[in-house]
Design a binder for this molecule. Structure first.
Ligand SMILES: [Zn+2]
Length: 232
């Protein structure tokens, strides 16, 4: 049995279409159109759904996502606000099961800071969630990068305490991947057998890449995780 899901990230939708020098509304609409052509059981958004966290921007986002027929699950990023909890209350997730896999979220956002941090409380909750999971394989999703990006990205804006995260993850051999956004680029790393995957932005990339895109994942019940970045 194979399960497919989509990850999009960093849509940065604002009250007006133009944000960060691009038309984020039109760009997301294009990505959404592509997503409707692929087989997928779920679409995950890994933070920075909006640029300034206004209610209007979340409502605009919801309208832009409406052509998607599969379930949509979201986590917040540093650009998001508690308005996310109002407009996307039904879409926030802690754990989603797809066949033999669980996808578990971690909240890495610090108030008024671009970088991420996992508090003791968050790490304790994550440990509990991992220990209670009956899935054979686990994917962890958060907003901030957990490894140096080796790119033009400023690593000081990433997760400040990845060693604390890996101290928890290393206790569970069934963790196969860590997925995140925030860096506006497509990248893959490997850390002791765990795939570490960055999802590009639907708005614009911070690299030389001029296209926008999303990540498309295929999970097998025998434990394989494949993905490709689909550029639009
Ligand atoms: Zn971000």
């Amino acid at each position: 049995m194979v399960h497919n899901f989509v990850q999009i990230s960093d849509c940065h939708i604002d009250d007006t279409a133009k944000s960060m020098g691009v038309d984020t509304h039109q760009n997301l609409a294009q990505v959404v159109k592509e997503i409707t052509t692929v087989e997928s059981e779920a679409v995950f958004i890994s933070g920075d759904l909006t640029h300034h966290g206004t209610t209007k921007s979340y409502e605009k986002l919801k309208a832009l996502l409406s052509p998607i027929r599969s379930d949509i699950f979201v986590i917040g990023g540093n650009h998001d606000s508690d308005k996310l909890n109002d407009v996307f209350a039904q879409n926030l997730f802690k754990k989603i099961s797809l066949g033999a896999w669980d996808i578990i979220s971690v909240d890495s956002v610090q108030k008024d800071k671009t970088s991420g941090y996992l508090t003791v409380n968050t790490l304790t909750k994550l440990n509990k969630r991992l220990s209670l999971s009956t899935a054979k394989y686990i994917i962890v999703m958060l907003h901030h990068p957990v490894v140096p990006m080796n790119s033009t990205w400023d690593d000081t804006l990433s997760l400040k305490n990845p060693q604390d995260l890996f101290a928890v993850l290393n206790k569970y051999a069934k963790i196969r991947a860590v997925l995140f956004g925030h860096v506006h680029e497509s990248a893959e790393f490997n850390r002791q057998g765990i795939k570490i995957i960055a999802c590009p932005s639907t708005a614009m990339q911070f690299t030389d890449e001029k296209r926008i895109g999303f990540n498309y994942y295929t999970l097998s019940d025998s434990g394989h995780l494949d993905y490709e970045t689909q550029w639009v």
